[in-house]
Design a protein around this ligand. Structure first.
Ligand code: NAP
Length: 521
């Protein structure tokens, strides 16, 4: 693969950069070269963080390594920033906010639209980068980039639809107005499982509203975040509007504390585990910040007797095994009616064995990439051992195959007291549970502190309405296993979160409402 001159200039700036490029380049050499006119994936690999429109090192000079989860190889290193670096980024974002909030929605929309177009134009190459740091198969990475760019397109449109109100006045000499204004500097912390889309879903909405951003990506996946910064700059988004502070897991808590406690930051948006979400919510209390949280799930997947079983199996495959089970909306508990239980289990197990293939996400035919790290594999192993120890049977899979790989697994005879049903799996295991009645299964589905997604298959119209309304979740898939789109609101009930992202509701999280009373008229 020939390296473009501008990429070479950037890459050979430092020794570490050279090493990074070499490893990354070796992986990418085995893949199709970029399309004519497109930038190579390697030109999106940055070894600096992005603050005030510049590529910057940590003030300590420290860096941390990023590892390809498919093969354990170090693909490079990025700055390990700390509290002081984050304070600086917050100051930059605060200063930029003073002018960014004065721009028109039309101006912001044009920049966001261009940013989204640039993601689309470069998506094949950005997908290679995403797969190398996160592990998901290339086709899924392309899917994520389409989804991620979709948020930029959506919020470019929504920017122009932020409208106030004029309220009927009860007092003749007054007029009552409602204004919606940008909330200010928005702190953001994002996870590794959607290294592109979780950023565009938050930053797209904030920037559309007229806010500025300081974002900390996950330790495992900083490159996709930095690539987005490069494209934002190319799109013309001004310096200081989008700032990305990279940090290792060791520094995550001090970076998070600044974003939560700084009085200059007026909004915090987090996607990640419920445990960390609760901690950040507590920290934000000190400045009474507006907070939105997208946290963990424990999605039920119910198949009623009237369902099309083949369609349910297909839906179950998507709801469980995409991203190797590592999405917050992945099905976590499969409740199958006793009358179709055997048929469903036989077809589900056979489809898993026939259709799914583990491997490096860049290898043709791979449907199941690695899990993100060893800890994730150990958690899945422990959940399978617990289930088998309590009487569950393995239909297929059931073990780790080395490295970060775990076989796609179906378990039957699962009960609600097993760890695989109580805890979020975040891995490729499907525990199947038998049920008898609608009331029983709705009660079981709701018997959890999580409330993110729920799925069910039925062809009984009355039942479809009843169950859709009775599930205590923010998202419901009826006869569909993969339901997220940029245009629909995304968010959880109960301990799965606060607020909504995406759709026309997503921008509200970055707006303050102001009542203006004009008197003496
Ligand atoms: P996590 O450990 O909570 O990490 C998420 C982010 O928080 C990462 O950037 C992480 O940094 C950072 N972080 C960790 N500890 C922190 C602290 N004390 N202060 C500030 N930041 C901190 O979650 P994860 O294991 O990476 O992600 C999986 C979880 O995310 C699952 O529960 C999943 O359901 C949830 N999730 C939810 C949604 C949703 O929309 N509801 C979407 C995707 C994922 P480091 O990477 O440096 O540790």
């Amino acid at each position: 693969m020939k390296m473009p001159a501008f990429a070479a200039a950037k890459i050979f700036r430092s020794a570490s950069r050279h090493r990074l490029y070499s490893t990354f380049h070796k992986i990418m050499d085995n893949l199709a070269p970029p399309k004519a006119g497109a930038r190579a994936a390697s030109s999106f690999v940055f070894d600096k963080a992005f603050v005030n429109g510049e590529w910057v090192a940590a003030s300590s000079g420290k860096t941390f390594e990023v590892v390809n989860p498919a093969n354990g190889k170090v693909i490079g290193s990025v700055p390990d920033m700390d509290a002081a670096d984050t304070e600086k980024a917050v100051q930059v974002a605060y200063k930029a906010f003073q002018s960014w909030k004065e721009t028109t929605a039309k101006e912001r929309a044009a920049l966001l639209k261009r940013w989204g177009e640039l993601v689309h134009e470069n998506k094949e190459e950005l997908a290679k980068l995403l797969t190398s740091e996160m592990g998901k198969p290339l086709a899924e990475s392309v899917g994520e980039l389409n989804y991620g760019a979709g948020f930029l397109e959506l919020f470019a449109e929504e920017a122009k639809r932020v409208e106030g109100d004029i309220i009927q006045t009860p007092i003749k000499t007054r007029r009552l107005l409602v204004l919606k204004q940008p909330i200010g500097v928005s702190g953001m912390i994002t996870p590794w499982n959607f290294p592109n889309a979780m950023i565009t879903r938050k930053a797209g909405a904030a920037i559309a509203a007229g806010c500025t951003v300081v974002l900390k990506p996950a330790e495992d996946t900083p490159y996709s975040a930095l690539a987005l910064c490069d494209l934002a700059k190319q799109a013309g988004i001004p310096a200081g509007v989008l700032n990305v502070v990279t940090s290792s897991r060791d520094n995550a808590s001090q970076v998070g504390k600044v974003l939560c406690k700084s009085p200059l930051v007026t909004k915090l948006s987090f996607t990640g585990s419920t445990f960390v979400g609760k901690l950040l919510l507590e920290q934000c209390a000190s400045t009474v910040k507006k907070v939105s949280l997208e946290l963990g799930g424990n999605a039920p997947f119910i198949v009623f007797p009237s369902a099309d079983v083949d369609a349910a199996v297909l839906g179950a495959m998507g709801a469980k095994f995409r991203c190797s089970g590592q999405t917050c909306v992945c099905a976590n508990r499969f409740y199958i009616h006793e009358s179709i239980y055997d048929e469903f289990v036989q077809k589900f197990g056979a489809t898993v064995e026939k259709e799914l293939r583990m491997g490096d996400g860049t290898a043709p035919g791979t449907t199941q990439g690695p899990l993100i790290n060893k800890k994730a594999v150990e958690k899945i192993e422990a959940q399978v051992q617990d289930a088998v120890g309590k009487g569950a049977k393995i239909v297929c899979g059931g073990k780790s195959t080395g490295g970060n790989f775990f076989e796609p697994t179906v378990l039957t005879g699962v009960t609600d007291d097993m760890r695989c049903a109580k805890e979020e799996n975040f891995g490729p295991i499907a525990g199947v549970i038998k049920f008898k009645t609608e009331d029983e299964v709705v009660a079981l589905a709701n018997a959890t502190s999580s409330g993110l997604a729920g799925y069910f298959y039925s062809r009984d119209l009355g039942q479809i309405w009843r169950v859709a309304e009775r599930l205590e979740t923010g998202l419901v898939g009826v006869n569909e296993g993969v339901i997220s789109v940029p245009d629909a609101p995304f968010g959880g009930w109960k301990e799965s979160g606060l607020g909504r992202e995406g759709g026309r509701y997503g921008i509200d999280e970055y707006l303050e409402i102001k009542y203006v009373c004009m008197g003496g008229l």
